[in-house]
Design a protein around this ligand. Structure first.
Ligand code: PEP
Ligand code: MN
Length: 371
């Protein structure tokens, strides 16, 4: 019991050291989170009674399932005696407090990398670099299905294509919007790849949920907290793009909103940030890949298309991303880039994409990955 008391005492707020990033020192109003580490042989029955107890004590349990172990993050204002009850349950190995500002997205809560499973079946976050490709916008049935088929033939494992487009000018093509929903479904059925599409408005989450495999949150919406919460309440993976002026920590905090709403299937996407440089559309922050991989258990992918903004840059940036340890790529491909309604200058032709996929193999191998 004394050991238990000591364990519980070290969870008391006054003993918490500073957070991972000093400027984010623990905030008195921030909810505290502890993680229940389960024993390796905890049974399903024991697991269920731990979850039930967490709820009975008035906390919200957030199970985070790794390949080798499962932990339960517990959110709520804990008193030492409640923690003591949890610590003494059969199946619990130990309870540790989370000090990082991003609690559920951080490595402290789960050291193992998260692997996102997709229908196919395929996955993002494992040993293989997952390449997603497709047009920026779904423009027509022919354009989408033909591009999708060619992307798959070249080795893409998921398909991009948005029907809601966040355009800088309201006078530009805004996407097929509601009229494109059936095309997403048809592409999935005929080509057989999981579909990632952007959702811009919380009101569209229900509309898209039945036809998408991954919700994309675009750079401009990275801190749209009601949208993050809404997709966090679905059971579909979320591809979260880094805002153009967002720090790595802002990105992880945005992921936190999704996870805390109940969805831990988040893929982080570096897509370039705004700098003084104008030679490229954005500046690919290649360091963000190892930084995010160090701080978070979530998979990290790179979008070289929106980073470079010019087709000629895409292969070099894609290779750099793989060399830096990215778990995947998101690449814009159009069957006829010169006719694209959106982002034509950065779109690869299907032939260029197939060529890039061949060239990437060696980079993946050098990074001890497959493609
Ligand atoms: C996109 O993927 O087409 C897109 C709009 O990207 P971002 O949100 O990164 O600008
Ligand atoms: Mn685009």
């Amino acid at each position: 019991m004394e050991i238990l008391r000591r364990q519980v005492r070290c969870l008391l707020p006054q003993e918490e050291p500073g957070g991972h990033l000093a400027k984010n020192a623990p905030n008195r109003h921030r909810r505290r989170i502890v993680v229940i580490i389960l024993q390796s042989d905890t049974t399903k029955l024991q697991y269920n009674s731990i979850i039930a107890k967490v709820e009975e004590l008035g906390f919200t349990p957030h199970p985070i399932v790794g390949v080798e172990k499962t932990v339960i993050a517990v959110i709520g204002d804990k008193t030492p005696d409640k923690i003591e009850i949890l610590a003494s349950m059969v199946g619990v190995d130990r309870i540790v407090p989370i000090m990082e500002p991003f609690k559920l997205a951080g490595k402290e809560v789960m050291a193992e990398p998260t692997i996102i499973e997709l229908p196919g079946p395929t996955y993002i976050g494992g040993e293989r670099v997952a390449v997603g490709a497709g047009p920026c916008a779904v423009e027509s049935r022919e354009q989408y299905l033909e591009t999708a088929r060619l992307c798959k033939a070249a080795g893409a494992v998921f398909l991009r294509g948005s029907i809601f487009k966040p355009r800088t000018s309201p006078h530009d093509f805004q996407g097929l919007r509601e009229d494109g929903v059936d095309l997403l479904q048809e592409a999935h059925e005929t080509v057989g790849l999981p579909i990632v599409t952007e959702v811009m408005d919380p009101e569209h989450v229900e509309l898209l949920d039945p036809v998408v495999d991954i919700f994309q949150i675009g750079a401009r919406n990275m801190q749209n907290f009601s949208l993050l919460t809404k997709v966090g309440r679905t059971s579909k993976p979320v591809l979260l793009k880094r805002g153009m002026s967002a720090t790595v920590e802002d990105l992880l905090m945005a992921a936190e909103y999704i996870i805390v709403a109940g969805n831990d299937q988040v893929v982080l996407c570096e897509r370039g940030i705004r700098t003084f440089e104008t030679a490229t559309r954005n500046t690919l922050d290649i360091s963000a890949v190892p930084v995010l991989k160090r701080l978070s258990h979530l998979p990290v992918i790179v979008d070289p298309s929106h980073a470079g903004g010019h087709r000629y840059l895409v292969p070099a940036l894609a290779k750099a991303a793989v060399a830096a340890g990215a778990d995947g790529l998101l690449i814009e491909v159009h069957r006829r880039p010169e006719e694209a309604l959106v982002d034509g200058p950065q779109a690869l032709s299907p032939d260029d994409f197939a060529q890039l996929m061949r060239e990437l193999k060696g980079f993946a191998q050098a990074a001890e990955r497959s493609l």
